[in-house]
Design a binder for this molecule. Sequence first.
Ligand SMILES: Nc1ncnc2c1ncn2[C@@H]1O[C@H](COP(=O)(O)OP(=O)(O)O)[C@@H](O)[C@H]1O
Ligand SMILES: [Mg+2]
Length: 396
Amino acid sequence: MEDIAWGTDAELTDEQFYNRKQEIIVLKSLITSSSEGSSPTIMVSGIRGIGKTVLLKKIKKELKDDYFTCYIDLSLTSSYQMGKLTETGIMEHLYDCFMEEYESKKYFSTFKRLSKYFKTKDFAISDILDAGGIPLPVPKTSDNYKKLSNFVLDLPQAIYEEHQDQIKGTVIFIDEFQVLRDLGGKLDSFLWFLRSVIQSQKNVIYIFSGSLISSDSIISKIAGSEGAFGGRMLNVEIHPFTKNTVKAYLKDKVPSLIFDDDGFERFYKCTKGIPFYVNTFAKLLVRDIKLDEEKVRDEFQRTLPYLAIHLINQWSRLTMQEQRIITELLDGPIKRKDIALNLGVTSGSLSNPLNKLQDKGLIKSEGHYYVISEPILEAWLKKEYQEKKVYPFRSI
Ligand SMILES: Nc1ncnc2c1ncn2[C@@H]1O[C@H](COP(=O)(O)OP(=O)(O)O)[C@@H](O)[C@H]1O
Ligand SMILES: [Mg+2]
């Protein structure tokens, strides 16, 4: 039976999860071999759709019996969803996630002991909600931010100390790290603060992740030599599946896709081995028909709107100027001064939009040139133009 995940699935079954053996070994050994006082801080990076989230969730699942593990998706912070990420919002979100995990670990018998800790930290439990018989302390968030954040960020270590007879340590996964860009001018101080707390915790391992590549400005703010974590952060970059991996994967999971050699080459070219696209395209391709190069090309055009759905969403939220910069890049690599010339603006005025587009992973700079880094967006825009003779600058 076919068993491949949809591109939007965040948690895969063991049958659906493919490969990544090396990455799992590396990450798990970094976590389990860390001894008291030398917990590593890890960054799992890679472009969107490469499989970071499903990898983190798989590792979490494998560690959850021996560790207090907590997975946090920063993009679900309510202040971010409501338009503006705030530091307090992040802390409240972390707190909710810690407590949810705490509940699921069924640590209630020792909850009383932990609640003593809340008091010593000058944090009265303002409310005890009875969530299905589970006590849930709610801190007074009206307190100032510093106090709240110290309290929240100390929790993982406190939880470990209370339960060290049952667990080997605490592992905190913080995903969608790139949304911290939303903090704007407060990003630096937030990162430095985070680092100072993390550094003092002996039994907590932090694994950050996000759709970032090493050239992103936020990576250098964190892991660069001048960044908050200096050289102390280990970067594990997740790469696309190789051609051989994709071939073996499809043969194993979707045997009813019948490629000839050129058809498969074309499939790999369209998806670039990025698991999100591999899965989505494989799900939508016709079964039991010989897929030669031409057929795969036609199918790619037919299914593009589905493959590109999250990119179309992102595109529609760009400013007109950002959209126009991208269309300038469709004819190939181009220098900043030529983009400026074509758009009739000064080169200086392009810094902001160019940075934003790079941070979103839509474009990248190579030497003095800018190029599109999302092949599917490029293919979709070209198709739109071909069909409508105009780029979709305005959506209805
Ligand atoms: N190891 C894998 N095996 C099979 N499918 C995968 C794998 N990694 C990723 N995928 C597919 O790609 C999709 C996107 O993965 P995800 O972890 O959400 O990417 P990221 O977090 O890097 O943006 C998943 O929903 C799944 O369909
Ligand atoms: Mg993800």
